[in-house]
Write a protein that binds this ligand. Structure first.
Ligand SMILES: *[C@@H]1O[C@H](CO)[C@@H](O)[C@H](O)[C@H]1NC(C)=O
Ligand SMILES: *[C@@H]1O[C@H](CO)[C@@H](O)[C@H](O)[C@H]1NC(C)=O
Ligand SMILES: *[C@@H]1O[C@H](CO)[C@@H](O)[C@H](O)[C@H]1NC(C)=O
Ligand SMILES: *[C@@H]1O[C@H](CO)[C@@H](O)[C@H](O)[C@H]1NC(C)=O
Length: 457
């Protein structure tokens, strides 16, 4: 007989929290997902095909962004279903703007051969061009984006979105968020026509938002999405509990001022290093884990931001790997979720079930057990069916049901739904953790939400 699984009581309360949420909001999150930047400024990274297989098999990462259009990488993601965002090099911008046929040729060489096998969703035109202060690139940027868009339409690839990432250096004012506005000069000359393009083509405006570059001695918890007093926007009365939302709302407010509040915002980069020079305050594997772990939960909650409630925020963590050849301070080489040997730099919660999850667990944190996958009742299933599941499980000999009987550690809350959640998950674990072990005649559903952590901020 399989020994009864031991479920810590954190699970009982976490599950009831999840169930409350499932029944009141019916947001059934069946899986977490996140994007990453796959940067390659390193001489020790595994081959792209190995990276692609690893991401697909072992992680919740299902979209990646690359800083070029490296055909080896694009090809490696063929057939994986992982969405890929590619980047047109800065150097192409003047020629795209000068002639559509240059963009046509680039699409024919760099995109057309790889689709649809590789799911290319987005093509970025250059990287942080306004930040570069290169007048020739800045002046040609919007025309280059329009040329690429035209070339994609002509090649019947109109579903590939065209955008370009900006640093938050485009903001003149960012605090409080509702007072956000773009730098004068760029606002009318570049950003207004760019936003008009995004609005017309229904493509997102992309920003790189780093609370890491904005925190101070008193605002670390605010930057890491940890409990904190919050900050009031005294113009709107909205309270911000994390810096990431405040940064995005400052961008949104700036867009509203130009008349483009309807354009979606996509986050091309955000992240936190796990090491820096001189024992920098706020930088450690635990801090990086807090930022990225809480970010993933925040993004997947679907809550959006105070000024953009319920908006989907497609987000790419910087970065997939620690990149040993990046110049600059130590932090630059330590933004990775993974080391080059594909072991996690810390447990950010990006590993999937099984093998990979275990690998993530060893790394110094008490909440490994809550990782993984859970079997819970569907929100629309009634008590009679749930009671039948309890009776089935408790009579199966596979699960010891003392915990949900009076006096047991998981008896409270004393509801059929809560007891069924315990029983069904315990059965799923004891039976071998196959998805079909959670079927229960269609009344059970798998979730990868960590119920004890997910709604903590
Ligand atoms: C991924 O899974 C496939 C199929 O199960 C297997 O062939 C492959 O070796 C796995 N790759 C990695 C990197 O785990
Ligand atoms: C809001 O707070 C800022 C300082 O953070 C202050 O300069 C401004 O006058 C305040 N505005 C209102 C309407 O209270
Ligand atoms: C956001 O979603 C919640 C939960 O579904 C809903 O109650 C609320 O009205 C939504 N807000 C907006 C602005 O759509
Ligand atoms: C538990 O709930 C059941 C059904 O509502 C009820 O009959 C029973 O008295 C409750 N037990 C306790 C100890 O509250």
């Amino acid at each position: 007989m399989v020994p009864p699984p031991s479920l810590p009581c954190k699970l009982c309360s976490g599950l009831s929290l999840l169930l409350t949420l499932l029944s009141s909001y019916t947001i059934v999150v069946s899986s977490l997902s996140i994007g990453v930047n796959y940067g390659t400024i390193a001489d020790n990274l595994p081959p792209p095909a190995q990276v692609a297989a690893f991401l697909k098999n072992n992680t919740i990462i299902d979209h990646v962004k690359i800083f070029d259009a490296n055909p080896d990488i694009i090809r490696a993601f063929a057939g994986t279903g992982i969405a890929v965002v590619i980047t047109v090099p800065n150097s192409e911008i003047p020629s795209f703007a000068a002639s559509r046929s240059t963009a046509d040729a680039w699409v024919a060489d760099n995109i057309a051969p790889f689709v649809p096998a590789t799911r290319i969703t987005t093509a970025l035109v250059g990287n942080e061009i306004l930040h570069s202060l290169d007048k020739n690139l800045i002046d040609n940027l919007v025309h280059a984006m329009m040329a690429l868009s035209g070339a994609l339409v002509a090649a019947h690839l109109h579903k590939i979105r065209v955008t370009t990432p900006h640093s938050l250096g485009i903001l003149e004012v960012s605090d409080p968020p509702s007072a956000g506005r773009f730098r004068p000069g760029w606002d009318r000359a570049v950003l207004a026509p760019m936003l008009a393009f995004h609005s017309r083509s229904r493509t997102p405006f992309m920003v790189n938002a780093y609370p890491y570059f904005a925190y101070g001695a008193t605002t670390l918890d605010y930057a890491l999405f940890k409990p904190n007093p919050g900050r009031l926007d005294n113009l709107t009365g909205l309270v911000y509990t994390n810096c990431f939302d405040a940064q995005l709302d400052a961008v949104h407010s700036s867009m509203v001022k130009l008349g483009y509040g309807d354009v979606d915002i996509m986050i091309g980069e955000t992240g936190w290093p796990s090491a820096a020079d001189n024992n920098q305050f706020g930088v450690s594997p635990a801090d990086a884990m807090a930022f990225n772990g809480n970010l993933i939960r925040h993004i997947n909650s679907g809550r959006g931001t105070p000024l953009m409630p319920n908006r989907t925020l497609e987000t790419y963590i910087f970065a997939l790997f620690n990149e040993n050849l990046k110049p600059g301070p130590t932090a630059e080489r330590n933004f990775g979720l993974f080391k080059p040997d594909l072991t996690p730099a810390y447990d950010a919660g990006v590993m999937n079930t099984g093998d990979g999850g275990k690998r993530g667990r060893g790394r110094g944190r008490g909440r490994g057990k809550a990782r993984g996958r859970w079997c819970v009742p569907k929100s629309d299933v009634g008590d009679a069916a749930l009671q039948a599941n309890i009776d089935y499980v408790c009579g199966s000999g596979k699960v010891d049901c003392k915990q949900i009987q009076e006096g047991g550690a998981c008896f409270e809350p004393n509801t059929t739904r809560s007891h069924a959640a315990y029983a069904m998950n315990a059965f799923y674990k004891a039976a071998g953790q196959q998805d079909f072990d959670c079927d229960f005649s269609g009344s059970g559903v798998m979730t990868t939400v960590d119920p004890s952590k997910r709604f903590s901020n």
